[in-house]
Structures are given as structure tokens and as C-alpha cells.
Ligand binder design. Structure first.
Ligand code: ARG
Ligand code: GLU
Length: 730
């Protein structure tokens, strides 16, 4: 007993606890060599080959990159795919009108003819992947400068691409991994006829909206359903009425048994971006210096917008989606900084670095190659800080002030005029007018003016004068260094905030319009800020970033060399990854326990009639009162969401949660707020992903949506009753 305790203590405080069990976004290709044993010991009942196999249909053949920003998975032999409601949101919105508002009412196609095409939406399968590092890095030497190195690699990649064996409907993609120490090639298959099949009302798909976002307990039915269409030969094709539903290589079976505490789970999808191998100094900078700046700017913008939304129902609709997207990362960053602090994420990295340095210093070859990499990285990050601060101020202020969107479009127009003359100008103008139509439909000048005012106060306070354009500074001083006065001045003068004024202006002959634009007060002010920023910050940042990238690559290789006893997974880069863990309740803080499951009773307890976040459809109330859960309920309860210790990030939205047999048990859509720092440093003690239970999805499709015909397409199984093939749909 004593020995065990001692051992646990050593493990907990040794630098090797740097890698927690459950941590990692692993490459499907390498599961067999790197993970299979551990996965089986954690309860997996299938083999790595069932997950990734290029000769037979395996689980990977059911996973798609959904539009490049989310994940989806095939759940029927007729190409039906499942993803999140928030991933399908813009598709659902684009088919909605005032008379048929699918966001509000939900939508269910009752036959193939009613399924709705979505221009620009695609679904990409991974046919196979391959390590091409040797060929990609051929001729690269250690003391090459970055530019030369990149041009050697670019030439190699072009050759690899040209030589890659593939069918003509497939594509080749090559991506750097491990900070550029490795390269993997992907053969992909992209289907461009992806139709909307169904979505629950937002009161289910977005239940709890921003209040519940990133939170547990959660009760959101965050899913929507699409279908992939192919040509008659089952190949990718542009949209055509004559296309037919895809016959997939693999479709996931759906479990009606759910999970219990401790059950093995995996999440398979396309995580976007993580930063697991930064030095402690960089993480500290992010958590303590940069995040607070970004949080503060969004905080102020959100407060202004919220004030208007509360008092004006029209503004509430116009700004709902913008508010949600601004609030999403605002909230994430708060959780991230707090989580790093609470779990000692930075101290843990420092302990790891100490061990790293010790090992490096003890080995002459390492010492020569890697002896200075950490101190140099630390130095560069410190050097970068003032510029990164201006960058984040600039990026956040321009992102959150809508005026800058119009400024950007007008600058594009001006540039096109200069470069391509009248003809180019005219085509660009049409495109821009089109964009502006959508923009102004959801724009309120008063809201934007208020946001501009408070954000300018912040900008001029935070950013040293040497990085601000003279003209902008002069205007600022003339307006008594007051954001409110500046806003009043600019917004009363400019034409950019008024659709009809801009239209009139753009109807003038091109050179006239350009001349008028260049005299616009908003454009002059904004362009003075933008120009000085590009002049003093952009180049410097690129230069520092390039040196940092070089050192991060060396540091990564150094870790691979120095810690031979440790498994490393590459940072997320929007390529297909598998992460695994367990269905797992936990204690996020003292005396607080987060249970594994939420259910419909809990959802109904949050119900606020008529509320924009917590209303529910009348039919759901009926079904709940009658406890009419069909085969989807369990012991008189209807499970809704559950949590697990799977290491996920943005882009994993819509990823399937799979059980030990590879059956779909849920749909990933979020993480708990306390653990959002997992993008920098995963800690199983507070990091959990959030999934909506497959049974709740089926219940909503079938009982609420009346789309039982879709459920009949699916293969429902009872793995826990050892009836892998039982069809339980009515
Ligand atoms: N937090 C989730 C993600 O990062 C869900 C976002 C959509 N929901 C929202 N209320 N903004 O994408
Ligand atoms: N909601 C996120 C997404 O859209 C997933 C949550 C996360 O960041 O883990 O990808």
C-alpha cells in the first residue's frame, strides 16, 4: 500500500505526468503501433484495424470533414450524415424565410425530393494517409535558413503530389506535423452535393444558447442531419437533380444502450488547432497577458450589444448570431486562463522543461544541438510580446467594430480599381454590393457606434502612440481623446454606415466614387490606423514568428529525441484524429460533482416560457409529460447529454462519440468551461468533452420531428445485450 502511494506521488509530480492518460489527438495511421495496446487495456473491444484500414471499409470511412470547419459521420447505407446544429446552422438559416423559418420550427424532409441542396457545402473522406517525411525533407539541412528550407520542401512536395497514386476523382493534400518535422500525405474524396435532411428547432438544437455554452450540466440537442449525394457511379459530383444518395464504404451503427461511468469512448474527427508544445513562457504570456486583453475588448463590445438587444427585439434578431460568435471565444478564453492557473499548467510545463534541460545538458550531442533552444525561445517570445499585444488589440478592435468590415470591402474595391482598372472594378463592385446587402440587413448603426466608441477608448489607451497613424492620432486629439466624441464625429460624417448612401456613391462613375471614398472620414481614420499597423507591426511579427517557428520545430524534435520513453502526438491541424478516454463524471472544484448524464427532466427544469435561450417546443412538453420516450428512454428517463475524458478541440464539433465496439453513442459538441485550457495543456482532472446522447437525437428525429423514416435507415444496436444486429426501430 505504502509503495503504491509513493509510486502515485512520484508519477503525479514527475515531468512525465506531462502526458496524462486520455491526452492526445492521435493519427489513425499510427494507432496500431502507438495506441492499440493502451486502448484495449482501457476497454476497447475492437482492433486498430477496425478503425483505420485502407483495404477494407473501416470506421475512418464513415468520418467526413464537414465543410472544412466541422466533422460529420455517415449513419446510413444511403449516405445520411450527422453533424451539430451549430455546424449546419448557416445551411439551415439559408433555407429559412419569414414564412418558413426552419431555425425556429425545425425542418424534416419527408422524402429525398424534399432534401435541400447547399451551394458551397462539401464533405471530405480520407481515403488513405501516408508518411512522406523522408521525401518531403530531402535535401533539407540543419543550418539552412527558413526561406531556403521552405523552398526546398515546396519543390519536394510538388514532386510528391505529382507522383501520388490516386484516382482522378480524388485529391492529394500534404500537411506538416510535429511543427514541420514530419509530413503526411492524404488522399481525399470530396463530395459537393450535400443536402439538408433535417434539423430540430433551435429551441432544442441551441437550447441554453450562450448562457449554457461551454457549461455542464448541459441539455442541448445540438445536431442536424444531411445527406451526401453522388453521381450514378457513386463518385463525387457537383449538385445535380439526377444525383443519387451515396452508398458509403462504411456507415456507423448506433447504440441504444448509451454509456456508463468508466466505459471506454473515442471521438473521431477533425480537430482544428492546438498548442501543446509551447514553452511555459509562451503559455504564461497567452494566459496572463494576451487573453486578458482580448477578453476585455470582447467584454466591452458584448456589454454594448447586449444593452441594445435587451431593449429592441429587432436588434436581438439581427445581432443574435454575431453575439453568439463573439461570446463563444470570449467565454472560452476566460475558462482557459483560469484553468491554467487553477491546475498549475504553467508550473507543470516548467517542471517538464527542467527535466528536459537536465537531460540535454547531460548529453554532449544533445547539448550541442538543443542546449539553447529553450532560452532562445523564451527570449523570442519576450521580444514578441509588445508586438503581439498591439496585434491582439488591433485584431479584436477591428473584428468587433462592424465599420471595419465595410472599410475592408471599400479598400478591396479601391485596390481592384488600381490594379485591374474599370472592368475589374465593376465586377468587384457587384460582388461587394451583394455582400453589403446581407451585411446591412443585420446592421444597426447605433449599436456599432456605441461599440466603436468604447473600443477606441481601449485602443488609444492600450496601444503606444508610435504604432498609431498620425492622422488618426490627430483626429483622436481633436475629439478630446474621447471615444464617444470620436464615434459621434465619425458616424455622423461617414457614408459607410448607410446602405442607401453607399449605393448612391457606388453608382457614380468609378473614378468619382473612388475620389469620394478617399474623402470619407471613417475611411481616412480607419486607414490611418491600418496603414501604421501594417508598417510597424506586420513585418516585425512575421519576422519574429518565422524565427519562433524555426525554434519550435527544433524544440519539438528535441523533445522527441530527449524523451524517447514518452509518446508524442502532433498538434491538431484540421486533419483526421482519434482521441480516446472514458465516460467520466468528475469534481470540477471543491464540493462540486459533475454527474455523467443529464436528462429530459433536467432540461424541463430549465424551461422558461418565451425565453430566447430556454424556451422549448410545445411537443417536447407533451412528450415529457406523457413520458413517451419510445425505445430511446431508459428506466423512465430520457438521457440528453453526457461527458467524457476525450481530448477534443474546435473542429471536433459534430464528431461521433464511439463506444468500445465502434458504435455511435453520442455526438461531440463542446467542452466544459473549466477545461478549455486543454488546447495548451490537457489535464484529465478538469478537462471533459460534452456529447449529446445518440438516443436523444433519435428521440427528437422520431418522436418530435415525426421523421421515423430516417431512423429506419439506420442500424440500431444493443451492444450491451450482446445483440449486435438487433433492429429496434419500429
Ligand atoms: N462552444 C461550442 C463551440 O466552440 C459551441 C458554439 C456554438 N454555440 C454558441 N452558443 N455559440 O463551437
Ligand atoms: N463547439 C466546438 C466546435 O465547434 C467544439 C468544442 C471545443 O472547442 O471543444 O468545434
Amino acid at each position: 500500500m505504502k509503495k503504491l502511494k509513493w509510486l502515485l506521488l512520484v508519477i503525479a509530480f514527475s515531468p512525465f505526468s506531462f502526458l496524462f492518460a486520455n491526452e492526445g489527438m492521435w493519427l489513425p495511421l499510427l494507432l496500431e503501433s502507438m495506441n492499440e495496446k493502451e486502448m484495449k487495456s482501457m476497454g476497447m473491444k475492437i482492433s486498430a484495424k477496425d478503425i483505420y484500414n485502407i483495404n477494407n471499409g473501416s470506421l475512418k470511412d464513415a468520418i467526413v470533414s464537414f465543410g472544412g470547419f466541422c466533422t460529420g459521420e455517415v449513419i446510413s447505407e444511403k449516405g445520411l450524415i450527422l453533424t451539430n446544429h451549430h455546424c449546419g446552422y448557416s445551411a439551415i438559416q439559408s433555407h429559412s424565410t419569414v414564412e418558413h423559418n426552419f431555425l425556429e420550427t425545425g425542418f424534416w424532409a419527408m422524402n429525398h425530393g424534399q432534401e435541400l441542396p447547399n451551394a458551397g457545402l462539401f464533405a471530405t473522406f480520407i481515403v488513405r494517409m501516408e508518411d512522406v517525411s523522408n521525401a518531403a525533407l530531402k535535401g533539407v539541412t540543419e543550418n539552412m535558413d527558413e526561406k531556403t528550407r521552405q523552398s526546398v520542401i515546396d519543390k519536394n512536395l510538388a514532386q510528391i503530389r505529382a507522383a501520388a497514386k490516386k484516382n482522378d476523382w480524388e485529391d492529394v493534400m500534404i500537411r506538416p506535423f510535429y511543427e514541420g518535422n514530419k509530413y503526411y500525405l492524404f488522399i481525399t474524396e470530396t463530395y459537393r452535393d450535400v443536402r439538408l435532411v433535417g434539423a430540430p428547432p433551435s429551441s432544442i438544437g441551441k437550447f441554453g444558447a450562450d448562457t449554457d455554452n461551454w457549461m455542464w450540466p448541459r441539455h442541448t440537442g445540438d445536431f442536424s442531419v444531411f445527406r451526401i449525394y453522388a453521381d450514378k457511379n457513386n463518385r463525387p459530383a457537383e449538385y445535380s437533380a439526377s444525383n443519387v444518395p451515396l452508398k458509403p464504404k462504411k456507415s456507423l451503427s448506433i447504440s441504444l444502450d448509451g454509456v456508463e461511468e468508466g466505459d471506454f469512448t473515442m471521438v473521431f474527427g477533425f480537430p482544428g488547432r492546438t498548442y501543446q508544445y509551447l514553452p511555459a513562457s509562451a503559455v504564461k504570456q497567452q494566459a496572463e497577458v494576451l487573453n486578458p486583453v482580448k477578453i476585455n475588448i470582447r467584454d466591452q463590445a458584448l456589454k454594448q450589444i447586449d444593452g441594445f438587444m435587451r431593449n429592441d427585439p429587432k436588434i436581438k434578431i439581427q445581432y443574435a448570431s454575431k453575439f453568439a460568435s463573439t461570446a463563444n471565444y470570449w467565454k472560452k478564453w476566460i475558462g482557459e486562463s483560469q484553468g491554467l492557473e487553477r491546475t498549475g499548467g504553467i508550473e507543470r510545463k516548467l517542471a517538464y522543461e527542467k527535466e528536459f534541460q537536465k537531460r540535454v545538458d547531460a548529453n554532449p550531442a544533445f547539448k550541442q544541438k538543443y542546449g539553447n533552444v529553450l532560452p532562445e525561445l523564451n527570449k523570442l517570445y519576450a521580444e514578441m510580446e509588445p508586438f503581439a499585444l498591439v496585434r491582439d488589440n488591433f485584431t479584436e478592435v477591428t473584428r468587433n467594430t462592424e465599420l471595419f468590415t465595410v472599410v475592408g470591402l471599400m479598400n478591396t474595391l479601391h485596390r481592384t480599381y488600381n490594379n485591374n482598372g474599370i472592368a475589374g472594378y465593376t465586377t468587384e463592385k457587384e460582388k461587394i454590393l451583394n455582400r453589403l446587402k446581407g451585411f446591412y440587413a443585420d446592421y444597426n448603426e447605433k449599436v456599432d457606434e456605441a461599440v466603436f466608441g468604447v473600443l477606441m477608448d481601449t485602443y488609444f489607451k492600450n496601444v503606444p502612440a508610435q504604432f498609431i497613424g498620425d492622422e488618426a492620432l490627430a483626429t483622436w486629439n481633436k475629439q478630446d481623446e474621447s471615444g464617444e466624441k470620436l464615434a459621434d464625429y465619425i458616424y455622423s460624417k461617414t457614408r459607410l454606415t448607410d446602405e442607401s448612401k453607399i449605393k448612391t456613391l457606388l453608382e457614380m462613375p468609378a473614378d468619382n466614387a473612388i475620389e469620394q471614398l478617399s474623402q470619407d472620414e471613417a475611411l481616412q481614420f480607419a486607414n490611418s490606423l491600418i496603414a501604421k499597423y501594417s508598417e510597424t507591426i506586420t513585418g516585425k511579427l512575421n519576422e519574429l514568428q518565422s524565427s519562433i517557428n524555426n525554434l519550435q520545430r527544433i524544440y519539438m524534435q528535441a523533445q522527441l529525441d530527449v524523451f524517447k520513453d514518452k509518446r508524442f502526438y502532433p498538434d491538431a491541424n484540421s486533419t483526421l484524429r482519434l482521441t480516446y478516454g472514458k465516460a467520466n463524471s468528475y469534481e470540477p472544484r471543491d464540493a462540486v460533482k459533475y454527474e455523467l448524464y443529464t436528462d429530459l427532466d433536467g432540461l424541463m427544469a430549465k424551461y422558461i416560457p418565451g425565453d430566447y435561450e430556454f424556451d422549448v417546443p410545445a411537443r417536447l412538453i407533451e412528450l415529457h409529460e406523457a413520458k413517451d420516450y419510445g425505445v430511446y428512454g431508459k428506466n423512465g428517463k430520457m438521457p440528453v447529454c453526457f461527458i467524457g475524458s476525450n481530448h477534443t478541440t474546435g473542429g471536433n464539433s459534430g464528431s461521433p462519440a464511439l463506444d468500445a465496439y465502434g458504435n455511435l453513442v453520442g455526438l461531440n459538441f463542446d467542452r466544459v468551461w473549466e477545461g478549455t485550457m486543454s488546447d495548451y495543456s490537457y489535464d484529465a482532472s478538469i478537462c471533459r468533452n460534452i456529447m449529446v446522447d445518440a438516443r436523444f437525437i433519435l428521440f427528437v428525429i422520431d418522436k418530435l420531428g415525426g421523421a421515423g423514416h430516417l431512423v429506419k435507415e439506420m442500424n440500431l444496436v444493443h451492444p450491451k445485450k450482446n445483440q449486435p444486429k438487433a433492429k429496434t426501430a419500429k
